[in-house]
Design a protein around this ligand. Structure first.
Ligand code: GCU
Length: 136
């Protein structure tokens, strides 16, 4: 368990290995990830990863998701914060290979205290591989 520091914007980097995962694994077989591994979600609708993001105050923030998609097709995901949809079918376009990582961003709203940020696969292909999220 990491020691959380409550900062106003909830800013920080939250890695794959800190995620709670429903239907998926932490893998290391594609290069370029940070930390210990990346999240490989099951190729199934509804597979998800979520992180706890503490914030010292209610705030608007940006959420960056570092991912790889080695297929030729989008791997869309729903993004929720505290159970409320922040994005429906947010696009994770092809990155050119499983060892080529990119970042996609969206705005989110945080409350004071512990926030739950969840990304959920919306198709039977599952999501992209996820290395980390950054809140800023
Ligand atoms: C390959 C790749 C995995 C990826 C999977 C997928 O098996 O090695 O890392 O998660 O494809 O299509 O999701």
């Amino acid at each position: 368990m990491r020691g959380y520091q409550l900062v106003p914007g909830g800013s920080g980097v939250y890695r794959a290995e800190e995620a709670r995962i429903a239907r998926g694994t932490i893998d290391t077989n594609h290069a370029g990830f940070s930390g210990i591994g990346f999240v490989n979600l099951a190729r199934a609708e509804g597979s998800y990863a979520e992180w706890t993001v503490p914030s010292g105050a209610a705030s608007a923030a940006a959420l960056d998701l570092a991912y790889a998609n080695g297929t030729g097709a989008d791997r869309p995901m729903d993004v929720t914060v505290n159970g409320v949809l922040a994005a429906v079918g947010h696009a994770f376009p092809p990155t050119g290979g499983w060892d080529t990582w990119s970042t996609t961003s969206l705005p989110i709203s945080l409350k004071a205290g512990a926030n739950t940020v969840r990304v959920t696969s919306t198709t039977a292909d599952g999501g992209p591989n996820l290395d980390r999220i950054t809140v800023r």
